[in-house]
Ligand binder design. Structure first.
Ligand SMILES: Cc1cc2nc3c(=O)[nH]c(=O)nc-3n(C[C@H](O)[C@H](O)[C@H](O)COP(=O)(O)O)c2cc1C
Length: 345
């Protein structure tokens, strides 16, 4: 099959593994690429050395095109982006920030840039910056989806821009893929779905929570990591959101943040006095980071940890291999679109 995304990235199927911290590892990225889709390595939790090793690892596991994320708001993201450019990663997915000269530099070696956007305004500004494609992330998505659901967001952005679109948020089935294409997208990203596969490194206990969740079992709040963010409903998620973050709490967790981000404690504490708002944001992100890691790696999504999850968890009832799920979704999408075409005759 052909869409503008399969053509742009040189892949078989219009299915993308988005960047998910501690989940979109070299192994999972390569499994998706080998099954005909394409995956973005999550570099958020990686040092520059780890990013370099991860890119080498992907190249040892697949000869297919792949990509990597640069979540620009996170400390260390710009340095990681330099590694990706030096290593000529075929696709770079920029999110939570302006790519600036990244686009020009990636184009110079023949690579592509896809920017994650959550609104029409954001999409127009990304296109103006010269990106090759957009990853449009709607309200249904795990983590940082926008305020509008994809049923309206995708066609609204499609009307305004001409670049290929990857629809992200709420897609876990072939019906979703067929619907996304009908709405004007050229591919879908599937985070929660591909995180619930045999190859996914998510802890078994948390995978079982994915399977148990219904479409109503998520919380959407800006009090978890400071941005609007969707997480799995659990006692610890409810507590985190209730607590939120303020200068007093930020001062208590400050030294721990400094340590986890490899920053000087004195610098962080002085920064807190000089720019309290910035430090509250950093404290929010760092504590959220610890909780997400606990859910993904240790299976603790309900006591201290918090799992990021999309509403589409309620559509996921099995734990196949990546290859099996991609083949099934493609088959289901073909059936769903012929059924719709038949009804529209
Ligand atoms: C466990 C988990 C971790 C994630 N981590 C990140 C991240 O580090 N950076 C990021 O930009 N998006 C992250 N995301 C969001 C995904 O990139 C994507 O936007 C989302 O999964 C799409 O929604 P879906 O889960 O409904 O498919 C994460 C999602 C999940 C489920």
């Amino acid at each position: 099959m052909k869409t503008r995304i399969t053509e742009l990235f040189g892949i078989k199927y219009p299915i993308v593994l988005p960047g998910m911290s501690w989940i979109s590892t070299p192994e999972l990225v390569a499994a998706v690429c080998n099954a005909g889709g394409i995956g973005w390595l999550a570099t958020g939790p990686l040092s520059t050395k780890e990013t370099e090793a991860a890119i080498k690892k992907i190249r040892s596991l697949t000869d297919k095109p792949f990509g990597a994320g640069a979540t620009l708001l996170m400390p260390g993201a710009k340095e990681n982006a330099e590694v990706l450019i030096d290593m000529q990663v075929p696709v770079i997915n920029v999110s939570l920030g302006k790519p600036d000269d990244i686009v020009k530099r990636v184009h110079a070696y023949g690579g592509k840039v896809i920017q994650t956007v959550v609104s029409e305004k954001h999409a127009l500004s990304a296109v103006k910056g010269g990106v090759d494609a957009l990853q449009v992330t709607g309200y249904e998505a795990a983590a940082h989806g926008g305020k509008v659901a994809n049923l309206c967001l995708i066609p609204a952005i499609r009307e305004k821009v001409d670049v290929p679109i990857v629809a992200s948020g709420g897609f876990a089935t072939g019906h979703g893929l067929a619907a996304a294409l009908a709405l004007g997208a050229d591919a879908v990203a599937m985070g929660t779905r591909l995180a619930t596969t045999k190859e996914s490194p998510v802890h078994e206990r948390t995978k079982q929570a994915h399977l148990a969740a219904t479409v109503e079992d998520t919380l959407y709040s800006n009090r978890f990591d400071g941005l609007w963010c969707r997480v799995l409903k659990s006692p610890s998620a409810e507590k985190s959101i209730r607590q939120g973050m303020n200068l007093f709490r930020a001062a208590i967790v400050g030294p721990r943040i400094a340590k986890s981000l490899n920053l000087s404690v004195v610098k962080v504490m002085l920064g807190m006095l000089a720019q309290p708002d910035k430090m509250i944001t950093l404290a929010h992100m760092a504590t959220a980071f610890d909780k997400i890691k606990a859910a993904t790696e240790d299976g603790d999504y309900d006591k201290k940890g918090v799992q990021l999850i999309g509403q589409c968890a309620g559509l996921i009832h099995d734990m196949p291999t990546v290859q099996e799920v991609i083949e099934k979704i493609m088959q289901e999408a073909r059936e769903a679109s012929s059924k719709a075409a038949e009804m529209l005759k």
